[in-house]
Ligand binder design. Structure first.
Ligand code: 5AD
Ligand code: SF4
Length: 367
């Protein structure tokens, strides 16, 4: 398709669903991301209507357990990177994980996510395998399990899949190999990440990926390319969010070179809208990071595009140690508060909670 002149957007409002469900150029997607004021509202409304027509008003719940902050990686943006000596490292005990799973199952959350820093040692792999088996057994197979445990061997992914995990989240963070290299030490490789995503797909998982928005050295055109790349990857689900600085990371030094909080918020919300229009039938999460940027962030993301939310069920004693970035949300909440709070957010967004449903991605079901 021929690329339209971006000034097109200044004169008139495009038919966003037609434009984005077709074959938009990166520049056209970029122009959408840059919209502000009434035009941004029109974009978000279009995404909302598309969301209602495809995945509907139901929001699926995933109980999140931040299993461990022990990580062998050293990503330049992340507060729990191995190079941060000030972090008290933990792993949630088996009993606590199973308690959280029981609570989630009884509360009707439908699914749970085990997220952790990255480890590949056999003790870790075997413990996850056994936890997944135990959760499946304890819930009579009713609780859907999503893993978010980083880059692993294909063999490991297969073991966890066999144990009963259904979905796997592995963010690409950015689709630019140059930017990826600026955000990670030399032994972290973008190709490995793509190979992992392919292995996950081949193993039969519902595959999720995502990006960070508003990173230092990142252009809006690059974010546009990232969103198109997620479509090319044909993911079943996306978890993305604004980048938020953390003082004990190398990227802290570049905090003067990122958009303001409001700028990142606007950019993120437009990115959610664009993604829903590019990929109408996937599951999209309203993530903690957007809620950490603005009190109404998760609610607005649900209104615009998202149909998944992840109430945090990490035990209190550990929660504050999974400190990926400044001002991270949910550090003080109790499980019950969290359930009520999440329901309030969902209703405020004009949606309904999908209790007692696993909430698998429509795209995956139609595949
Ligand atoms: N700001 C926002 N998101 C972050 N993540 C890690 N550090 C940050 C940060 N400073 C996200 C990454 C990672 C996920 C676990 O958390 O996208 O994939
Ligand atoms: Fe580890 Fe993930 Fe943080 Fe990277 S982003 S340091 S892999 S927890």
């Amino acid at each position: 398709m021929e690329s339209r002149n971006p000034s097109f957007f200044e004169q008139t409002l495009p038919d966003f669903p037609a434009l984005l469900s077709g074959n938009p150029s990166p520049e056209e997607v970029e122009a959408c991301l840059q919209l502000r004021g009434e035009k941004a509202e029109a974009l978000r409304r279009a995404a909302h209507e598309t969301k209602m027509k495809t995945v509907g008003d139901k929001v699926y719940l995933r109980a999140l357990v931040e299993y461990s902050n022990i990580c062998r990686k050293n990503c330049f943006y992340c507060g729990i990177r191995s190079g941060n000596p000030e972090v008290r490292r933990y792993a949630v005990g088996r009993k606590e994980v199973l308690e959280a799973a029981r609570f989630a199952h009884q509360a009707g959350f439908g699914s749970m996510v085990l997220q952790s820093g990255e480890r590949q040692d056999e003790a870790f792999v075997a413990e996850i395998e056994s936890l997944v088996e135990a959760i499946v057994q304890q819930s009579g197979g009713e609780l859907g399990i999503t893993l978010s445990l980083g880059e692993q061997k294909a063999e490991t992914y297969a073991r966890w899949r066999k144990a009963g995990a259904l979905r796997y989240l592995l963010r690409i963070e950015t689709s630019s190999t140059e930017l990826y290299a600026r955000l990670h030490p030399v032994d972290h490789d973008f190709r490995t990440r793509l190979d992992c995503l392919k292995a996950l797909r081949d193993t039969g998982y519902q595959v999720g990926s995502g990006i960070m928005i508003g990173l230092p050295f990142q252009t809006t055109l690059q974010i546009a390319k990232d969103l198109l790349f997620l479509r090319e990857l044909d993911v079943d689900m996306v978890g993305m969010g604004p980048y938020i600085e953390h003082p004990k990371t190398p990227l802290w030094a570049y905090r003067g070179q990122i958009p303001s909080w409001q700028g990142r918020y606007d950019l993120s919300m437009n990115a959610w809208a664009v993604l829903r229009l590019l990929m109408p039938d996937i599951n999209i999460a309203s993530t903690t990071a957007i809620g950490s940027l603005h009190p109404k962030g998760r609610e607005e993301a649900l209104y615009v595009a998202a149909n998944v939310i992840m109430p945090n069920l990490t035990p209190f004693s550990e929660r504050k140690e999974y400190f990926l970035y400044e001002h991270k949300l949910c550090i003080e909440e109790s499980h019950e508060d969290s359930r009520e709070n999440i329901e309030r957010i969902i209703r405020a967004a004009g949606c309904r909670p999908g209790y007692f449903e696993q909430g698998n991605s429509l795209r995956f079901r139609n595949r």
